[in-house]
Write a protein that binds this ligand. Sequence first.
Ligand code: FAD
Length: 381
Amino acid sequence: MTRPIIIIGTGLAGYNLAREFRKLDKNTPLHLITRDAGEFYSKPLLSSSLASNKQPDQLAMKTATQMASELGAEIHTQQAVTHIDPAQQTVQLADRKLDFEKLVLAVGADPIRPHLAGDAADAILTVNDLEDYRQCRAHLIGKKRVAILGAGLIGCEFANDWSQAGLEITLVDPAAWPLSRLLPEQAGRFMQRRLEDLGIQLRLGHAARAVSRSATGFVIELAQGDTLEADVVLSAIGLQPRTDLASQAGLAISRGIVVDRHLQTSHPAIYALGDCAEVAGLNLPFVMPIMQAARSLAPILAGQTAALAYPAMPVLVKTPACPTTVCPVMGAPTGEWAIQETATGLKALYQAGDQLLGFALLGDVQSEKQTLVAQIPAWLP
Ligand code: FAD
């Protein structure tokens, strides 16, 4: 019997790869394994659905059964892969082993949990999948004050959405301005003012040190000794690629699972893409790189040759209070920012000599995105 292709993970990476593969090969047996319910949903909507009162169940566009039928695949839900044996080409589930011809790791990333003192550090919420979001929404019922740790992309998006939904938000970050890893200070301050106009409080330059239970909720102690009170604490301080399975299997690991331009790991029958993977030194936990990788890996799994290329890929920050597009600067920074600001918009261009290497557009200057992105060299030519 032909051994199947197995994809571990049914997030955007696993499902988009399966869709691309089925466009090229309708017959090879295909299995997807997930430790969750295998619903098809768009993860970016998790940080922009409360104000529009979209319920978590409405975000699930298809069930695993519907996806199995659409893909002509077997989908194993609520099943964690605990071990990979590259020599035997098998994956171990709780109660059985499955053989594979080719294996794809699309296992995503884990939210980094802050290491905080206090008796409530375990009550801090994180949202990185639909199930987390369901639980988070349940926690928010009847609550008013929310502290969000981390004013990066995801923290700012949740802050904007939840504030518009009527919650009182305090955004805490040790950096001096929001989106500090993506934006120069002047642009970060522009964003800060728009978030403050919504009523969001920003406690910048303050790392959280401890979270403790109080009579009414939680008390968060900041590094300088100040405190703030909240009913719910959400952490959005970053993601760590899931590398445990790959590492136990002896695959090369750096920040993520190391793959080459063919999405191949250090074992020739095993591939990786999505938030867990690092391609030519780049771990890019965003949708556009995943789509590029899925379109490159599908023909490879179908026996054709292909190599991944990345154009420059701007990221939309879903903060309606301050519409923002950022095209991050790749590699070691060698240039400088030039900034033009008006009352309603800000354009920041990162240039080395005449070469544009990155940009940020905030407010009403979004229409310049296409012209600017066309000038930026490919990230992976
Ligand atoms: P995941 O979706 O995390 O999927 C991982 C899969 O692996 C899951 O099915 C899980 O069950 C499975 N799995 C893991 N371990 C095992 C195991 N041992 N056994 C079996 N199954 C396993 N990107 C953008 O480009 N634009 C945005 O606006 C944007 N907004 C975002 C908002 C939020 C709140 C978040 C959290 C992310 C956002 N992103 C955005 C990032 C983007 O959503 C992710 O890059 C993408 O969804 C990751 O997909 P993935 O398939 O790699 O991982």
